[in-house]
Design a protein. Structure first.
Length: 80
């Protein structure tokens, strides 16, 4: 039997100049927005290494945005 889960996915890229160093995703289940998966992976290790502090700052901003949207979805669901 097919089960379909509706999700919202955010994708972010930490770039140094115009080159992607690391990618981030956040996937939120829209039916149960308390469920969120965060993933990240390095795309360019030679670029990432010397720029870890900048990339880490981007990751914090990305996660803050994802958690804010998750909180909004939880609030909307509670109001239903």
């Amino acid at each position: 039997m097919l089960e379909v889960v509706k999700t919202t996915t955010f994708t972010g890229q930490s770039k140094i100049g115009d080159v992607v160093a690391k990618t981030f995703t956040a996937t939120i289940n829209t039916e149960t927005p308390e469920e969120m998966n965060l993933n990240h992976w390095v795309v360019n290790y030679p670029l990432y290494g010397p720029n870890r502090a900048s990339v880490a700052a981007d990751e914090v901003v990305f996660e803050d945005m994802a958690y804010a949207f998750q909180a909004q979805l939880i609030e909307e669901k509670a109001a239903q």
